[in-house]
Design a protein around this ligand. Structure first.
Ligand code: PLP
Length: 421
């Protein structure tokens, strides 16, 4: 929908990507407003009564978060920084849920000051800490407990979060004990229960396994007279990265499953989609630096690297389509598309069939809207890739590239900055 060839030129909505790339220094991220809003619209239509809390870590560009905020979307944040960003983008605290195994006292204090919808607790020490802050500041923190349901999300090992061997959440018996403890505390208010079993989940089955357990646990809580308001189902809905192989779960089927297990409770449903809202709304545009051969292997070196887009290097089976920005008839080669970073894992695609590309031509790495820019770094001392948002025929820069001078300046040896509280 966002990305199309028009007369052999790749377009993001109405903008010719090659022309855009000629105007900017590559690499840069390019997003489609239309796709972003369509993704949100699809979920909202399927889940009209649920609170959709966008997982900001998937893409924390403020222009993106603001667009979602304008639609009435809430936020799932995982740090003090994300919390401040969500608030700054106009998302009210009562639409923000706070997740993460390692929330700091500063972050928790801020979240409680604003009165966020729900802080999902992941350990007894965290519960005690929150209670102490609450007592000290005469507030009650809205809390939920994140339960590790011990189900296999059948996704990449590195993005599975709901198995007992993962670091997330607490096991049910422990959760029940914590709920009873929290019930007696003066610094907290029990609001909900939460799970999040993993990311890029491509079938309903793991969701169903987790939902079944969760429904049983809510029944048990009610039996103990611990009444919650919110059922937070986490994120994890997968997207199509490989058009030949992948099939994503339809939003309406996901919604139906939620109804099947939770309608009877008549509570607020929270979902925390990240990837599903932004992944296919963005591409990473990069320039071909060199062609080279090692033996019979053909290699295309591009000016993006794992510092810009880490997924292919981090998750070995992460597959991203790579498209030439101009598609005309040329001989097709089998090539490895590699980044410019000094790491062997810095490979965007292996043995891909691509038309012969010359130095200075551009390619677009698809499905780069989620966990792309937000996971990027300056490794090898490259500035962070800028970001451009397209709307129809218009584009605007929503994150500029830092100059090398700015990057060098941050490193001046001055204790006034950064270290002091
Ligand atoms: C990362 C995360 C999400 C979002 O996951 P997606 O797979 O991007 O939908 C939601 N909730 C929690 C707790 C997370 O850690």
């Amino acid at each position: 929908m966002g990305l199309n060839y028009e007369k052999n030129f790749l377009h993001m909505e109405g903008v010719n990507v090659k022309e855009l790339a000629s105007e900017f220094i590559t690499p840069f991220y390019c997003y489609s407003k239309k796709v972003l809003l369509a993704n949100y619209g699809e979920l909202k239509k399927a889940l009209p009564r649920a609170e959709i809390c966008y997982a900001v870590k998937a893409n924390s560009n403020m222009a993106i978060v603001k667009l979602l905020a304008e639609q009435g979307c809430g936020a799932d944040v995982t740090s003090r920084g994300e919390l401040m960003l969500a608030l700054k983008c106009g998302i009210p605290a009562e639409k923000i849920v706070f997740n993460g195994v390692g929330k700091t006292i500063n972050a928790l204090t801020l979240a409680m000051q604003y009165g966020v919808k729900q802080i999902n607790i992941e350990s007894e020490e965290e519960l005690d800490t929150i209670n102490q802050i609450g007592i000290k500041t005469l507030t009650r923190a809205n809390i939920g407990i994140r339960i590790n349901p011990d189900v296999d999300a059948k996704t990449n090992k590195k993005i599975t979060t709901g198995k007992a061997e993962n670091k997330f959440g607490v096991a049910w018996p422990e959760a029940l004990r914590l709920y009873k403890k929290a019930f007696q505390m003066n610094g907290v208010m029990i609001k909900g229960i939460s799970i999040h079993i993993g990311s890029q989940i491509m079938s309903l089955k793991p969701f169903e396994q987790a939902f079944k357990k969760l429904a049983k646990w809510i029944d048990q809580l009610e039996k103990e007279h611990i009444i919650i308001k919110n059922i937070d189902l986490g994120g994890g809905l997968g997207v199509v990265y490989n058009y030949k192989k992948d099939k994503a779960v339809a939003a309406k089927d996901y919604a139906k499953l939620i109804d099947t297990y939770f309608k009877r409770f008549k509570k607020n449903i929270i979902v925390e989609p990240g990837r599903r809202l932004v992944a296919n709304a963005g591409v990473l545009v990069s320039k071909v630096l060199y062609n080279k051969n090692i033996g019979s292997k053909k290699i295309l070196v591009i000016d993006a690297g794992m510092n810009d887009f880490m997924r292919p290097a981090l998750y070995h089976d992460a597959w991203h389509e790579i498209l030439p920005c101009i598609k005309w008839n040329r001989p097709v080669n089998k090539v490895d598309i590699v980044g410019d970073v000094c790491e062997s894992s810095d490979i965007f695609g292996r043995e891909r069939l691509l038309p012969e590309l010359k130095r200075g031509e551009f390619v677009a790495i698809m499905g780069a809207g989620a966990y792309g820019s937000s996971m990027s770094s300056i490794y090898n001392y490259h500035p962070l890739a800028p970001e451009v948002l397209v709307e129809g025929k218009v584009f605007r820069v929503i994150r500029r590239r830092k100059t090398y001078e700015e990057m060098l300046d941050e490193q001046l040896d001055d204790i006034k900055y950064g270290l002091k509280k």
